[in-house]
Design a protein around this ligand. Structure first.
Ligand SMILES: [Zn+2]
Length: 480
């Protein structure tokens, strides 16, 4: 038996002032695709052969150029058409939060185009990020659809293998089933739906219990994605029946799960401490232990922001008699990076750090000394899966501040990304990260942390984002 495997990941933040192009993608084919998706063991144990399709990952990015998207999509469609005569199923990892110029959701477009080739019955299983947008049409065109439970996504790779196994089992025991979807008129940010916290913890428990029922193959809840305006936005739930006979039963269970989530809408809240930027700065400066972490939530590069805001840097540069050591991981400035990239450790230079693209990336004049160079590693959960771009760690002369200057948007979510620069972030009093909710390494490794409610491409005040295309009424924009 043979399953074609592919992956497309792009989170399109429409506030990011440039387009995502082909150069922004990590692309893999063949064995490299199988390795990077970490799914081989699932198929081996079921004795199913993998046909590698296309893997394309731009991670948290911006709106995708139409030609770029159509090119990537065509590679996948071509593979499917080529192997159609021997395929028993298709497994895709589709993040769910892409947006393409003139097209809209790329994920949804891919599925529609695949169904034009395969027709409705070839089993398709999709694993996805809960921060993606779904629709009834999309869900019903897929036999199996399941998202990660945990946010941050520590169960990402396990979920891919789990969905792969479910697909193999369906292929061996064919059932005419499809996913059941319910849209919930609720729009949430990722920072209000951390899984270590309520109400997500209870929702996950509720779904784990549902999955113990032999009539239910899987149950999942989707937070949705709100960094671009689109009709698909909002929360949803998915229930996958085990057999054709269970389809009706799962319709009923889907209503129950949707109601359960809806009833908890008032319980979603920011996890951990949040504070306005000035207050967050004071908390960090007055914290008596170390290490302390500030997350710069308006410039959250894990949700598509650029990573070039210098607002928090300017806050610290303006502190008189700063006596705490501060590490910025990182600030994107391609031009300054170019000036520093060939300097050796100990060499000094005057730079104007800040991309100067908007009111938040205002440059800061400084003399810096090079400490070290490193590629920027990309991590998925705990695992480092490659590199994207480079950084140079500098010390700002006359201050206690060190900064990683990156040539691209960097997502520092894992402490080993600092180790590659030869430093231990825990030796600093304060570390500033371009994240919203704090990632596990830093949560567990710090003595205190705060999410600074900074301005930027990823603002936290959901209620006041000016949506035009979403379904209404929608809580909390509408009081329902
Ligand atoms: Zn996510």
């Amino acid at each position: 038996m043979k399953v074609l495997v592919g992956s497309f990941t792009t989170e399109s933040n429409s506030k990011t002032p440039y387009k995502t192009t082909i150069a922004d993608y990590d692309i893999a084919f063949g064995q490299k695709l199988i390795d990077v998706m970490e799914i081989e063991s699932a198929y081996q144990s079921e004795d199913v052969e993998i046909i590698p399709g296309v893997y394309a990952n731009a991670n948290a990015a911006s709106v995708i150029e139409k030609d770029t998207f159509l090119y990537i999509e065509s590679l996948l469609l071509k593979k499917i058409a080529e192997h159609l005569h021997e395929l028993d199923g298709i497994y895709l990892h589709l993040h769910g939060a892409s947006y393409v110029d003139e097209i809209g959701s790329g994920d949804h477009h891919i599925l529609r185009e695949i169904r034009k080739i395969t027709g409705p019955y070839v089993p398709i299983a999709v694993s996805c990020d809960p921060h993606g947008n779904l629709t009834k049409e999309y869900a019903e065109s897929i036999q199996i659809l399941r998202s990660y439970r945990e946010s941050p996504h520590t169960d990402a790779m396990d979920t891919r293998r789990y969905v792969s196994k479910l697909l193999c089992q369906l292929i061996k025991n064919r059932q005419n089933i499809h996913s059941v979807y319910r849209k919930i008129p609720l729009i949430l940010g990722g920072e209000q739906s951390v899984s270590a916290d309520e109400p997500v913890k209870s929702i996950n428990r509720f779904m784990d219990d549902m999955e113990k029922d032999s009539r239910i193959m899987s149950a999942s809840w989707h937070v949705g994605y709100l960094r671009h305006d689109c009709p698909e936005a909002g929360c949803g739930i998915i229930v996958v029946p085990a057999t054709e006979e269970d389809q009706q039963y799962c319709e009923k269970k889907a209503d129950e799960l949707a109601q359960y989530v809806w009833d908890k809408r008032h319980e979603f809240h920011y996890t951990g401490l949040t504070a306005q930027p000035d207050e967050a700065l004071t908390m960090a400066l007055e914290f008596e232990d170390k290490p302390f972490v500030i997350t710069d939530s308006g410039d959250n590069t894990t949700s598509g922001a650029t990573g070039w805001n210098t607002y928090v840097l300017r806050q610290f540069m303006n502190v008189e008699h700063l006596n705490k050591t501060v590490l910025f991981g990182s600030i994107k400035d391609e031009e300054v990076y170019k000036k520093l990239q060939n300097l050796s450790k100990g060499e000094q230079l005057h730079v104007s750090l800040g991309a100067d693209k908007d009111k938040l990336s205002i440059p800061v004049e400084m003399d810096v000394e090079v400490i070290s160079h490193s590629p920027i590693y990309i991590s998925h959960g705990e695992v480092l899966i490659g590199t994207k771009g480079h950084g140079v760690l500098v010390h700002v002369l006359g201050t206690t501040i060190d900064i990683i200057v990156a040539d691209q948007t960097a997502r520092v979510t894992n402490e080993s990304q600092f180790e590659s620069f030869g430093i231990n972030w825990k030796n600093y009093d304060i570390t500033v990260l371009k994240q919203g909710y704090i990632f596990p390494d830093f949560k567990h490794g710090s003595k205190g942390y705060v999410m600074s409610l900074t301005d930027g491409a990823t603002p936290q005040d959901t209620k006041h984002i000016p949506f035009k295309l979403i379904m209404r009424p929608m809580y909390p924009i509408d009081e329902i």
